[in-house]
Write a protein that binds this ligand. Structure first.
Ligand code: ACO
Length: 172
């Protein structure tokens, strides 16, 4: 079964917002597109589980979260790469924060990047980051930032990012 065409899916945002050069750089049997409301069934959470422990909320709650994110316009951009069998093999999100500083500027926050173990090392992570950075820049963000472990610093450097300041966290 080939991957489902974008026009047949209920997408989080218009697919034209993913830069054409990033789409063109993928191998022919892979496709990059916005997250769809039916992607729970294509293994979205299973790919995220390479990043951290995932608690499955069930499809109805997953779809409710998708709808809540889409209801905030020009804010959440989740993307996926699907393979020839329509299974999700890579995921990522950029969240666009509105500010009072920087002339009412916006900042892109890259979150939750994951590539299925069987597909790592094939530049899919790079393509996800290029797509999200492009969306962030085309949204007018003056910078795009993310947090990562020390072991992922070389990957993000290869994607054009540089180390800046420190991350602080307080868990509830
Ligand atoms: N250390 C050194 N170099 C690396 C690493 C690493 N850990 N990972 C990738 N690279 C290099 C690659 O060798 C490649 O270099 P090249 O251009 O010289 O060949 C370049 O970075 C691009 O690598 P990709 O093939 O695009 O990497 P991949 O598709 O495997 O994706 C990722 C990288 C996302 C880290 C993936 O391995 C993964 O899903 N890991 C587990 C989950 C994870 O850690 N996610 C990131 C969390 S941080 C966040 O979400 C903001």
């Amino acid at each position: 079964m080939p991957y489902t065409p974008d026009a047949e899916l209920d997408l989080m945002f218009p697919p034209e917002q993913i830069p054409a050069d990033v789409k063109a750089a993928l191998p022919q049997d892979l496709h990059i597109r916005p997250l769809a409301s039916s992607d729970y069934r294509r293994g979205h959470l299973s790919v995220l589980s390479v990043l951290t422990v995932v608690t499955d909320p069930g499809e109805a709650a997953w779809v409710a979260q998708f709808n809540a994110m889409r209801a905030a316009p020009r804010t959440y951009y989740s993307i996926v790469i699907v393979d020839h069998s329509d299974k999700i093999v890579a995921v990522g999100t950029v969240f666009v924060e509105r500010k009072f500083l920087r002339g009412l500027g916006t900042v892109g926050h890259i979150e939750d990047i994951a590539v299925d173990k069987s597909q790592q090392g094939k530049k899919l992570g790079l393509r996800i980051i290029q797509a999200l950075s492009g969306i962030s820049e085309n949204s007018g963000c003056y910078k795009t930032i993310l947090n990562c472990s020390d072991s992922n610093i070389p990957f993000y450097q290869k994607c054009g990012f540089e180390k800046k300041e420190n991350e602080m966290a307080k868990y509830a």
